[in-house]
Design a binder for this molecule. Structure first.
Ligand code: ADP
Ligand code: F6P
Length: 362
């Protein structure tokens, strides 16, 4: 069995509340197992440029309740090149880093698998507000993000009610409507538009008109950023702004537009995120010390487990109908059936939540 001297930890891609709790769990669990942990600064660029700090018990003290990431995050195109990758591998060798835990989203996991196949044992841990990774039921940061959206929607509801206005609110989530959908239901939105399912604008307008007749005052519509497009000159067209104008014109109700943007990424992580982060961080160290690599830590029906990273990335492409020729060749029939089941589970879950909006929003 390989002896591990040091384990490197990095956070990459968009930051997410709870990343610090993962870092803390990794550092503490590694120490308990007699292994040193080092923090790589600024995602994969820190690995290329040898930027790191020791992660001692004290370095990770008092961070569990903090949003953001003490290791900072970055998007690093150089890491996608063979030259950048080789520099990262050199850094590991020069600094006796025998394994890496990469905390982030699907892009981060693509980098992690590239490292793993070049001989650096690497484990991925989810850290993205989007909850857009098909192989896991949950990604660290999702709960905090949803709670932040609910908090802001509640505030908008107050002022909409006072002024008898409608507010269309755009929320993050990339191509995934999960934040919009769940937060929209929890905040009592009248309609939620997400990329995964067709949105019936006329039904929304009719619902708003009917509510106006009943003298309903405040109205909230939630829109996922994944519905934004670009015009022929590359300028962004915000779907929420299109809805705002349409609602105002067709219902006569004064309608405002708000874009929550990066507000949704910050803040104190919730219990759910801190707990899952701690469980996933511990699991990552367990996997490394068992000699495993090229896995991502997932939550599956309430249990912490792991999946092959390439399996997870392929399941994502399957879910997004972006499979390329040969993608499934390396997988067994059972693996492909499992991917299909994961996609189906996710589609069903989203459809059921979407139907709830239509059942209870009046
Ligand atoms: P996220 O992890 O949140 O999905 P990104 O997609 O921006 O965020 O990816 C984070 C980083 O992961 C990128 O900046 C890059 O350094 C690395 N990465 C992404 N895709 C690849 C790839 N195909 N090969 C190697 N590294 C990658
Ligand atoms: O993946 C997390 C996320 O916040 C997405 O919801 C959003 O589309 C994207 O990152 C924004 O990225 P940036 O921080 O580079 O603007």
């Amino acid at each position: 069995m390989q002896q591990f001297r040091r384990i490197g930890v990095l956070t990459s891609g968009g930051d997410a509340p709870g990343m610090n709790a993962v870092i803390r769990a990794i550092a503490r669990k590694a120490k308990k197992q007699g292994v040193e942990a080092v923090g790589i600064i600024g995602g994969y660029s820190g690995l290329i440029n040898e930027k790191m700090i020791p992660l001692t018990t004290t370095t990770v003290s008092n961070i569990i309740s903090h949003g953001g990431t003490i290791l900072y995050s970055d998007r690093c195109p150089e890491f996608k090149t063979e030259e950048g990758m080789q520099k990262a591998i050199e850094t590991c060798k020069n600094n006796q880093i025998d394994a890496i835990v990469a905390i982030g989203g699907d892009g981060t996991f693509r980098g992690a698998t590239d490292l793993a196949i070049r001989g650096i044992p690497t484990i991925g841990v989810t850290g993205t507000i989007d909850n857009d990774i098909t192989a896991t039921d949950y990604t660290v940061g999702f709960d905090t993000a949803m709670n932040t959206v609910v908090e802001v929607l509640d505030k908008l509801r107050d002022t909409c009610e006072s002024h008898a206005r409608c507010n269309v609110v755009e929320v993050m989530g990339r191509d995934c409507g999960q934040i919009a959908l769940r937060a929209g239901i929890a905040a009592g939105a009248m309609a939620v538009a997400i990329p995964e399912l067709p949105f019936d604008e006329d039904a929304m307008i009719n619902r708003i008109k009917a509510a106006k007749l009943r003298a309903k005052r405040g109205m909230l519509i939630v829109v996922s950023e994944g519905l934004n497009t670009v015009d022929e000159n590359g300028n962004k067209i915000r779907y929420g702004e299109i809805l705002q104008k349409k609602i105002q014109e067709e219902t006569g109700i004064e309608t405002k537009f708000a874009r929550l943007a990066h507000i949704v990424r910050g803040g104190t992580p919730t219990l759910r995120d801190r707990l899952t982060a701690s469980q996933m961080g511990v699991k990552a160290i367990d996997l490394i010390l068992e000699g495993k690599s090229n896995l991502v830590v997932v939550e599956e029906d309430g249990k912490i487990a792991s999946k092959d990273i390439v399996f997870a990335l392929t399941a994502d492409r399957m879910y997004k109908n972006k499979l390329q020729d040969g993608d499934l060749d390396k997988f067994s029939a059972e693996d492909v059936a499992e991917m299909e089941a994961l996609c189906e589970k996710r589609r069903k879950e989203i459809k059921e939540l979407y139907d709830i909006i239509n059942d209870i929003a009046l």
